[in-house]
Design a protein. Structure first.
Length: 258
């Protein structure tokens, strides 16, 4: 898997980008990177410079992400998963040999809402996807329609101009095949939940579902941010991610498994 790193600290944060993104998604956090931390961001399978797998099965994709993280050779890592990258982090977590310091879920959907699930329909999903994301007019209209879920001047669909559309659609369909949020109950890690104040209603409803699995997980709202929390509230998010004292996260984990 292709990756890029910033900083040279001993606390390792690994960023897993969202749907349609790539490793550059985490670049807005770099100016706020603490000297104690190193940020590593990858292109997930099928995105950017990372080749697509022969089969987009969740077991295969999770195993490849876990194997890459373990190959980095760190004694402990924090996973920061954004949107569908949060689900990728949850899929990979049980397969990791590397211990997790924290698992931060940013704007994570606990279910696939209808406006994404439509693209997984075998009859017209391909057409709906390409009409929405694979042409400039569709992307412009979609971004306009999502104005309430983002800050002015940001673009939710621009990254789709440079993606492998077959791989991106396969990712969505793979996520839609996850049986439900209960599937992630076996994940044992210090979970933290972060979301934008103006994000999708489905993300906010998902917080209550995630809390059923991890009742001690702290929840932080990024004030003024929409679904693009990394780009819209980088300083606030960095204050959550790059904190040198991880005792609170470890204490929350101890409470969760006690």
């Amino acid at each position: 898997m292709f990756s890029r790193s910033w900083g040279g600290g001993e606390e390792i944060v690994i960023g897993l980008h969202g749907w349609g993104g790539d490793h550059q998604a985490f670049a807005p956090l770099v100016p706020w990177l603490s000297g104690d931390f190193k940020l590593v961001s990858c292109d997930l399978p099928g995105y950017g410079k990372t080749l697509a797998p022969s089969r987009f099965g969740r077991e295969e994709v999770a195993a490849s992400i876990a194997a890459w993280i373990d190959s980095l050779g760190h004694s402990r890592v924090t996973l920061l998963g954004n949107c569908s990258g949060a689900l990728a982090a949850l899929l990979a977590a049980p397969k990791l040999q590397t211990p997790l310091t924290r698992l931060i879920l940013l704007d994570a959907f606990a279910y696939v809402p209808w406006y994404f699930r439509v693209f997984s329909n075998p009859a017209f999903g391909d057409y709906a996807y390409h009409a929405t994301f694979a042409n400039p007019v569709g992307r412009w209209l979609t971004n306009r329609g999502l104005a309430a879920r983002r800050q002015a001047g940001t673009d939710m669909t621009s990254s789709f101009s440079r993606v492998n559309h077959a791989a991106t659609l396969a990712w969505l369909r793979m996520m839609a095949e996850i049986p439900g949020y209960e599937y992630f109950r076996p994940v044992k890690a210090p979970i933290e939940l972060v979301h934008g104040e103006r994000t999708f209603g489905a993300v906010k409803r998902s917080i209550n579902l995630w809390k059923k699995l991890w009742p001690h997980a702290p929840v932080t709202e990024l004030r003024g941010a929409g679904h693009l929390g990394i780009a819209e509230a980088p300083r606030e998010l960095a204050g959550i991610v790059f904190k040198t004292n991880v005792a609170r996260a470890q204490e929350q984990h101890a409470l969760a498994i006690s």
